[in-house]
Write a protein that binds this ligand. Sequence first.
Ligand code: ZN
Length: 421
Amino acid sequence: MIGLWQCQGVPRSDAPPGPVRQGSLREWNLAVVLGRIAAADRPPSRAELAARTGLTRATVSAVVEDLLAGGLVREAEPTPRTGAGRPSRGLVLAADGPAGLGLEVNVDYLAACVVDLAGRVRHHSVLRADLRPVSPAEAVARLADLAAHARAEAAREGLTLAGAALAVPGLVDDAGLVRLAPNLGWRDVPVPALLAGHPPLTAHVDGVPPLVVDNEANLAALGELHAGPAVPASFLHVSGEVGIGAGIVLDGSLFRGARGWSGEIGHVPVRPDGRPCRCGARGCLETYAGQEAILAAAGLAGADLPADTATTRLAELAGAGDPAALHALADAGTALGVAVAGVVNLLDLDTVVLGGGYAPLAPWLRPPVLAEVSRRVLTAAWSPVTVRPAALGGAAAAVGGAGSVVRRILARPAGWLTRQP
Ligand SMILES: [Zn+2]
């Protein structure tokens, strides 16, 4: 298992139902009590929940019965009391309850993971393959196999998949249509329609799942947002793969833009008349700081290594002081810093997270990024910007997608309870 998000009260990106209306009181109470159980550092008793929520003991007991019956919480092992009376039984999020399925299609890998209600990663698998020569239908078929395996692993642990989120490296519209994924060569790919022939991803039998398709950088940023207590409420998360995407988190929520297509930092120009980019423009950031550009500059382009192996090799070379590797990373970091400084100037962010393939390269990318940010961000002189590697590394998009499914349940448990047979 990896990862355990720190629930801070009711999850930050999904507010509980509100304001309180006559018909929504039960929903509100369910969300408040479940949020308190999720946020507690030790299993709270019913009496403690009543004290913390301001609800009556009778109301808390009724709500807890609903949560127990719906499989969202379990009673913890009794804690012996030192004085007289019955031992108290605290409540914990169910380790055998609903779970989220996170999936990712990227240029050179497929990934699937299962995250339980407490934010623990219970299953994670990655299949390395260059998907550029593969049709979208074939990529989805391979993904369905990975999803079926994840579903079987979840079932083996007593988990029920409550939904799925699929991360893709491109522009996705509200209907799940991938308008453009330049590095995969996808244009107007109807992902939901392609999924229709793959029961592991669309059937509702065994609770499997309606599926949301989203941009990988957005889901990676959400994964980072819930990765730990030290994560600020506003930050820029930059994922460096073959393409470069950014997730912008403002006040604990993802900023998606007017049409949901924010964060295309890979196509921010850093040299207006520079190298031609796959998008048709020139001088885009990813032609200087994308994975392939860095590997080529370091002399590893022809090595024919899988991307993660190539990144590891690059880090080894840089660690050993190889001049070409160090030069490649310094140039990429400078280009990245120029683009990042523009975003920070515009949005007034104080933290930049280097994620995806950038995370293991952060020791070498961070100094030039910081140098450019310090030089170019107007406020940096008296309010420094933090640049740091992502907590979740390369797994962030699939983990973030799976986490978004279970956080929806935590925020609105009534929706889960009403769908129970
Ligand atoms: Zn471009």
